[in-house]
Structure formats: structure tokens, C-alpha cells
Design a protein around this ligand. Structure first.
Ligand code: HSE
Length: 367
């Protein structure tokens, strides 16, 4: 039996918030909508806590606590990495691609930090790497950038790319909720990372901005060099001050391809910071765990993507779509875009900064 005649054998690494939903989706397919021939077969699920995974409904026969075993197994064709974090996720993805196995991941940290290495391995071995779920949760944005919008030269990307902080800031603005209660609710909703420091310090948003920049500008930005301010210092006074000026505070990620100098490569400016935006504007209206990504380029002008940006069910939509794309022979998320080189240090961005807020803090403004 050739590889194309038999079902695509998928192993899932991770049975947390997203992993559970992806396993559920793989086991209960919406078969009437999608032509899955020759089929997708779930062959294993690696979980850190086997008891918890079984309690969530995953059959014991599928479970293992050895993700490396699933990657190395001749019984798997594709690896879906949903463990999150740095190691062992990075090594397992690299090993799968090196062995010629396709990989789907939602891991924004690994894609942002090891993108150049993983892209090089995938291009060398011909194994596809898809990571739509790494940015914007369930919102399709990376795929469209590399396919339907591939003819554009983008100059600017900005957006709300972290569901946890948007949920928290929305609750603080709309219900006068305190910071700690808003964070606890975001964690209960399944939006926050295992360690929410990455959310509230803007680290997660910087990782996503680096991935967006790869697709929009063709360069991997060093995520750790992106200028970044989190939301931990935002006080109730500042929320009130913004409201008094018809604005709301949002954690906004922005990147801009600066003018080329002497024919050299365009410098890319990037920043993640709490930003005062008009309450009724395109970013100000984005509530709860939703995300919105806006891009400017030629010839299209402005284009935007908005929807559920975090949470297990929404994110599983993007992961499962990547699995289906691979089953029908699609390649990596960067599609027809040119190869990108190593990590590039981003520059700063000039932002309009109002002079005063009640707490003494200063927040940049965008319209
Ligand atoms: N913690 C992330 C967020 C999950 O809140 O956006 C989705 O990437």
C-alpha cells in the first residue's frame, strides 16, 4: 500500500487546552463538509498527566507519556505539537522535520525563536511546517498572507494579538474589574498561557508580531529584541483617564517596514505596548478574548482580520485546518514566499505619546 492510499497517521503531542480539542476534532470529524479521502487516523497522543488526559475522554490505548517515541515511530506520518513552551517542543519539531515528517504547531514561542532553523530544515527535507494557530487563535491570517495576499508589498502591520490581555483590559474598562480578578477569569476561560507572565508582559504578543513580520515582510525578527511593555502597570486611574478622553487602553503590536536606504534591505521597526486607541475605532471595539490584525500594503491598501484569538476550541479550528491542508497535499505556511534568513534585530518605532495620565504613566496613541 503506498503512502497516498492509506490514511495520514497523525500523532498529537500535548493534551492541554488546545490538544484536548484537537483530539476531539480528529475523533469526531465533520465528515460531511470535508473530503478527507484517503482519511486521517489518530495514532497516538502524548500527555504529561495521563490520568487527566483519560479523564478528558482520551482513550488509554492512544495515550503515552513519551512524545519522542511518537515522533520517532514509523507508525506516524505527521506530528501535531501542542505542548507549548521551549523544550522539548523545539527539539521534537526539529526531529520530526528532519525525519521528513510534516508538523503542525500552535507554538508561537518556538516558531518565533527558532523560525530560521526550522524553516531551513523544512526546506531541506521537504517536510511541511504549518503554524496558522500560532497567531490569532482561530483567525486565518498567516495562510492568507502567504497565499491570497502574496502579491502585496506590506509596509505596516498592527493589531491586538493576545486574547488574555484583551480580555483583561476589556473587563477593567467595561466592568471596572480589578487586575487580579480579570486575570483569574482569563485563566478560567482557557486564554492564558500556563505561566501568564508571557501574556501580561507582552512576550506572547512580541512572538506573534515576529511571526506576522516573517509573513508580511519576509524576515524573521528576533522576538527578544522587540521593544515591549506589558499591561502590569495599568491602573484603574489610567483606565478612567483613557475613558475620559474617549479612548481605551489596548495591548497593541505594531511593525513597520521603514524606507530602504541606498537600496539595502528595509529596516523593520517593531513595538508591543499598551496603547490608547479611540473607543469606537477598529481596535477599540475589539472586546474579550478576540484579536484583530490590520495590514497595509500595495496594491491592496488596507486589509484586516478579526475573530476569536485564544481558547481551546477556537485555536483547534486553525490546527485542524492545517491538518486537513496537509492531508490534501499543501505545503508549509510560508507558501510561495521567498526563504527568509536568520533572526534580524528590529528597530524602534516612532509613536505619538500623550504627555500625561492620572498615574503619571504615558501611553502612545494611535487612531
Ligand atoms: N495566551 C494566548 C493569548 C493564547 O491569550 O492570546 C493564544 O495564543
Amino acid at each position: 500500500m503506498s503512502a497516498r492510499d492509506r490514511p495520514l497517521r497523525v500523532a498529537v503531542l500535548g493534551a492541554g487546552t488546545v490538544g484536548r480539542e484537537v483530539v476531539r476534532g480528529l475523533l469526531e470529524p465533520q465528515g460531511d463538509l470535508v473530503d478527507r479521502a484517503p482519511g486521517i487516523e489518530l495514532v497516538g497522543v502524548a500527555a504529561r498527566d495521563l490520568g487527566k488526559a483519560m479523564a478528558s475522554g482520551i482513550a488509554e490505548s492512544l495515550l503515552t507519556d513519551g512524545p519522542a517515541h511518537l515522533v520517532a515511530s514509523p507508525e506516524s506520518d505527521m506530528i501535531v505539537e501542542l505542548m507549548g513552551g521551549d523544550e522539548p517542543a523545539h527539539t521534537l519539531i526539529a526531529a520530526a522535520l528532519s525525519a521528513g515528517k510534516a508538523v503542525v504547531t500552535a507554538n508561537k514561542h518556538v516558531i518565533a525563536h527558532y523560525g530560521p532553523e526550522l524553516e531551513a530544515i523544512a526546506r531541506r527535507t521537504g517536510a511541511a511546517l504549518r503554524f496558522e494557530a500560532a497567531v490569532g487563535g482561530g483567525i486565518p491570517v498567516l495562510g492568507p498572507l502567504a497565499t491570497d495576499l502574496a502579491a502585496n508589498r506590506f509596509t505596516h502591520v498592527r493589531g491586538i494579538v493576545n486574547g488574555t490581555t484583551n480580555f483583561m483590559l476589556s473587563a477593567m474598562h467595561e466592568r471596572n474589574q480589578g487586575y487580579a480578578g480579570a486575570l483569574a477569569d482569563a485563566q478560567a476561560a482557557g486564554y492564558a498561557e500556563a505561566d501568564p507572565t508571557a501574556d501580561v508582559e507582552g512576550i506572547d504578543a512580541a512572538n506573534k508580531l515576529a511571526i506576522l513580520a516573517r509573513l508580511a515582510f519576509g524576515a524573521w525578527l528576533d522576538p527578544d529584541s522587540i521593544e515591549r511593555v506589558g499591561i502590569t502597570g495599568i491602573s484603574a486611574e489610567d483606565i478612567g483617564g483613557a475613558a475620559g478622553a474617549g479612548r481605551v487602553l489596548k495591548l497593541v503590536a505594531q511593525a513597520q517596514a521603514q524606507a530602504q536606504v541606498d537600496g539595502g534591505a528595509a529596516e523593520i521597526g517593531a513595538v508591543v505596548a499598551p496603547t490608547a486607541v479611540p473607543a469606537t475605532g477598529s481596535l477599540g471595539r475589539v472586546g474579550g478574548g478576540n484579536n484583530r490584525i490590520e495590514l497595509e500594503g500595495e496594491p491592496i491598501g488596507r486589509v484586516a482580520f478579526e475573530g476569536p484569538g485564544a481558547g481551546g476550541r477556537a485555536t483547534s479550528s486553525a490546527v485542524l485546518a492545517d491538518v486537513l491542508a496537509l492531508a490534501r497535499g499543501a505545503g508549509s505556511t510560508w507558501g510561495v514566499l521567498k526563504p527568509a534568513g536568520g533572526l534580524v534585530r528590529p528597530g524602534a518605532m516612532d509613536l505619538a505619546t500623550p504627555t500625561r495620565y492620572p498615574s503619571g504613566a504615558r501611553y502612545p496613541e494611535v487612531d
